[in-house]
Write a protein that binds this ligand. Sequence first.
Ligand code: SIN
Length: 282
Amino acid sequence: MASFTITPLTDHTGAEVVGIDFTQPVDSETKSTLNDAWAKYHVLVMRDQNFTPVEYKRAATVFGELQPHDKKEHHVPGHPDLYYVSNNEFKNGKRIIPGETFHTDHSNHPAPPKATMLYTVSLPSYGGDTQYVDMHAAYDDLDEAMKQRIAPLRARHVYQSKYSPRQLTGLNEDSARAMPPPGLHPLVRVHPENGRKALYLNPVRMESIDGMGDNEALALIGELMDHATQTKYEYRHQWRQGDWVIWDNRSVMHQANADYDMNERRYLFRLMLKGEVPIPVP
Ligand code: SIN
């Protein structure tokens, strides 16, 4: 097994992995140690990587199988299965910063991706952090009455909810055609690897809750979001060149920050990994 360290970054979320060059093959023992750490810490920060697109795609499979993105047009030239986030995106003349409010990725899918990962290509000289909040800890801290209330509830997640707090970039015809039917997901899901319950929320995509009027549903989602996005549940990632960060969409929500000079380029390679149909509480 390679010699490397895994160091927690908070007492709940995030751990830093130092000492592995992921352009080289990863043995099965290391793979299993990394996957265990990922299930425990939800966000892994692999430092000092130097990937070509092909090496990055290969490294991603240490954690699972690649899942295509909804926006097929958003790919790195020459690599239809490698996506990116960039601050150089516009809709109706207005700049769009992808991921600028708390969310979990592609929850409009019946089986949403278990993971998303970013690798730094170009960073602004300051700012542009990504914030993560621990949805297991947020769930654990709810009072018993709220836990009972939300246990049986299921929400409908669409590509963009009519109540979304932000605009997504549009889809081209091919991407729209390939869109799966909306996901109907529990508000509380059980993580298949660590066995813990987590809140599963995404105001960008959640359009309704089964058996509830929209006003009541929005109030409930708002209350749960206020609770889950408290700083005590947060790990805030300050990017360094060479960082490769993978997060578990079943355990955390995340958001990007647009607090830097937009004349500077923020551009990261982005991949997702296939997930499963969310498991409700028994
Ligand atoms: C995302 O929401 O996937 C992007 C996060 C970021 O750019 O920091």
